[in-house]
Design a protein around this ligand. Structure first.
Ligand code: SAH
Length: 392
């Protein structure tokens, strides 16, 4: 097996269960690695650190799957990892038949996402190493879950960086155009094949519950970047009088409308528009809301985009806070690792000065627990939400 020796000092991080080795941290490679090859990682004195796979063409050169001597990468290891991922989800007692089964580094399966929608699995592979193990992953999933179908989604962004090529397609069984899932007392259609990400924002499950706790019967609410209506439906179900739900994806909105029908819920006005423009328009027209949710897409995929992203957030906060009634609530999320909780708090603080409204923090949320967040791997925490009461 190819051996990768890391520079002195790097071993400490890896012994502390940090599972990446950056290219710049490599001292020496024994062998000529091709993308996806399995490697043994050693410290500078050639002591064992772990097993992983390599991509010599990317900044993150090695991703580890094991820190145990003798636990080499094999189909059995992949299967064991998926089994233990499943065991963990079972312990969570998730109140839904849709959940994330594998969350990449969070489950020691770097480069692999598996979402379960009822009896269908949706996988997304984001690294060359995992791409080479795809057959093992598929066999293990079929053996463990006996799904009716497995669908593969792809990320052009990841494939570009890693240098592999895959297509979106059914890998096993059959997959319907729409899968019906339930979460608590709501049902949703999920468009796995043509929808965004793997089809549904499972990571906001806990946030949907927290928003429900803030809504009172009769409230007038706003769901900005609503996608297929996860928050909007939760608000109406709690008794909100009306919700304005805006998104620029016509496809997401039309599924949102069907989701409302599916649950027999009325009172949501679906608007296809750019949320930035639309929020300003609402303000100009004098609208005010009891509860406002702002859940934008990732504006900062890399560090280089942070500044621009923060400008976007600032604008959303300023307009959003202006739209809030005194005593109303305002929630905002970042799903980018690079826009941290501290960034969000700072931007909200700046916005509150601009609009001269005192704010009380009434809650915070993170991605739900089926998207595990490993203390030693800070990048596994990507979704943050801040909930505020607008005091005047
Ligand atoms: N709140 C949603 C998830 C939001 S994901 C849920 O819980 O299901 C981000 C959404 O923002 C996507 O649906 C995308 O279509 C939409 N979007 C991206 N840019 C936008 C823009 N400028 N204006 C309106 N919607 C936008």
């Amino acid at each position: 097996m190819i051996e990768v020796r890391v520079k002195p000092g790097v071993e400490e991080k890896i012994r502390g269960f940090f599972s990446w080795v950056y290219n710049a941290e490599i001292l020496e490679i024994k062998g000529e690695p091709k993308p996806g090859d399995f490697v043994k990682v050693l410290d500078s004195k050639k002591k064992f650190l772990g097993y992983g796979y390599i991509n010599p063409n990317t900044k993150i050169a090695v991703r580890l799957l094991s820190f145990e001597k003798g636990e080499e990468i094999s189909k059995e290891l992949i299967k064991r990892r998926i089994l233990s991922a499943l065991e963990y989800r079972k312990k969570l007692n998730i109140n839904s038949n849709a959940y994330r089964l594998v969350h990449s580094e969070g489950d020691l399966l770097p480069g692999l996402i598996v979402d379960m929608y009822d009896q269908y699995a949706v996988i997304e592979i984001t690294t060359y190493g995992m791409f080479k193990m795809k057959d093992w992953v598929l066999e293990a999933l079929v053996e463990i879950l006996k799904p009716k179908g497995v669908y593969q989604k792809v990320s052009d962004y990841a494939m570009n960086i890693e240098g592999f090529d895959e297509e979106e397609r059914i890998l096993y069984g059959t997959v319907p155009e729409r899968i019906k899932i339930w979460e608590g007392d709501l049902e949703f259609y999920v468009d796995v094949i043509k929808g965004q990400k793997t089809g549904f924002y499972l990571d906001q499950r806990r946030a949907r519950k927290m928003i429900r706790d803030l809504v009172k019967p009769g409230d007038v609410c706003l769901d900005a970047f609503c996608h297929t209506g996860g928050f909007a439906l939760s608000m109406i179900k709690k008794g909100a009088k009306s919700v304005i739900a805006v998104d620029m994806s016509e496809r997401a909105l039309s599924l949102g409308k069907e989701n409302a029908k599916l649950n027999g819920l009325e009172g949501i006005q679906w608007v296809e528009d750019n949320a930035f423009h639309f929020l300003r328009k609402l303000y100009r027209e004098g609208y005010k809301f009891d509860v406002i949710v702002i859940d934008p897409p990732s504006f900062a995929r890399t560090k280089a985009h942070v500044e621009n992203a923060l400008r976007g957030y600032k604008e959303l906060c300023v307009t959003g806070l202006k739209l809030a009634k005194a005593g109303g609530y305002f929630a905002i999320y970042s799903c980018s690792f690079h826009i941290t909780r501290e960034h969000l708090l700072e931007v909200i603080l700046q916005a509150s000065r601009d609009v001269k409204k005192p704010l009380r923090i009434v809650g915070e949320s993170f991605q739900d627990l089926d998207h595990p967040w490993i203390l030693q791997m800070p990048n596994t925490l990507y979704l943050k939400g801040i909930y505020l009461e607008v005091l005047r």
